[in-house]
Design a protein around this ligand. Structure first.
Ligand code: ASP
Length: 339
């Protein structure tokens, strides 16, 4: 009897330890971006460089702490994105770029790789954190995408924090708009061939893999400077700006949205993995460095797969980005010659 008791205790201890071991071995990972574009070291002051890196690190830490503590990938990407939406440094939430009329029209989306459920808002002007509205659309509506006044009414019903539209506007973006208005329309954006740092973008995105093996991706943006006529980019479009599928990968895009929509960039990468059996890295190389580049588009993507492999691929001089993996690998980067 005594031996049996001992054996039972030993078995329980082994099971318990292996449980803990399994937990600490989970492949949690988080990757974020704060926009791709003509971001050149020579145009960046040391103070600005530092400010961006610190904010990226803060966003990364906020999301990763959630994953480490057993939280969901959805909670993690939302925490990371909210840090960046609340910072005037990025083109999302406060500090978003201005439309031709001088105000902010914000887009955001989120997708759950386990259920393939998704939510998005487009062209909203008074929702403090558009990523929360995207999540609310996913969870509490029968739709995937809501726009403009309707999306704002929905957010109000959901009890989300609303702000006066002036909350989002910063002097820096006002100056950028004035400059953009003096340029030919096709150049007043990310693809600006003159490499004017003023037009670097700052759309934000995050993709996470949690301890349950679930992938969630989300993206939030103000779109493109000087946009008109209710222009909507790729960021709120599932399959272009955001995509997640536990079987393949999660992706968040940043770049010249019109090209990202036409190439269905985020789904394109997932589909190549699914149908061709290629790696996340190879799929993104093909989609960004070949398909997007050949079409004349600029920008980048971040992503991760179910094994926690991280990908950050872009064809611009820079992309604000960072990642953290369970094996301790981590970093934040700005220019294309880092990593
Ligand atoms: N993709 C965004 C858009 O076209 C802009 C960006 O990523 O900077 O609206």
């Amino acid at each position: 009897m005594k031996t049996l008791k001992k054996l039972l205790l030993l078995t329980a201890a082994v099971l318990c330890c292996s449980g803990l071991f399994a937990q600490s071995n989970k492949k949690i990972a988080l990757v974020i971006h704060g926009g791709a574009g003509v971001i050149l070291k020579k145009n960046m002051t040391p103070e600005k460089d530092k400010a961006y890196r610190e904010k990226l690190q803060e966003a990364l830490d906020a999301g990763y702490a959630i994953l480490e503590n057993g939280g969901t990938s959805e909670e993690a990407v939302i925490a990371s994105i909210m840090v960046m939406e609340n910072s005037p440094l990025f083109n999302a939430g406060k500090g978003a770029v201005l439309t031709n009329a001088g105000h902010c029209e914000l887009d955001a989306s989120i997708m759950d790789g386990k259920t393939l459920e998704a939510g998005a808002v487009a062209g909203v002007t008074n929702i403090k954190n558009p990523v929360l509205a995207a999540k609310a659309v996913k969870d509490n509506s029968v739709h995937v995408m809501l726009s403009g006044k309707g999306a704002e009414a929905f957010a109000k019903d959901e009890g989300l924090e609303l702000v006066d539209p002036s909350y989002f506007i910063t002097d820096r973006r006002k100056q950028q708009l004035e400059k953009a208005k003096t340029m030919d329309e096709s150049r007043g954006h990310l693809g600006n061939p003159e490499g004017n740092n003023n037009f670097k973008f700052g759309t934000v995105g995050a993709v996470a893999l949690d301890q349950q093996g679930n992938i969630v991706a989300a993206t939030s943006t103000g779109g493109m400077t000087n946009k008109r006529f209710g222009r909507i980019g790729d960021s709120p479009i599932i399959g272009a700006g955001t995509y997640a599928n536990n079987q393949t990968c999660g992706i968040s895009s940043t770049g010249h949205g019109e090209y990202f929509i036409r190439l269905a960039i985020a789904h394109n990468i997932s589909a190549q993995m699914e149908y061709k059996g290629v790696s996340l890295q190879d799929a993104s190389q093909d989609v960004i460095m070949k398909q997007l580049t050949d079409l004349g588009g600029t920008g980048g993507v971040i992503g991760l797969d179910k094994e926690g492999n991280i990908m950050m691929t872009f064809n611009t001089p820079g992309m604000f980005r960072g990642f953290k993996k369970v094996n301790g690998e981590t970093g934040v980067f700005i220019y294309n010659d880092e990593e």
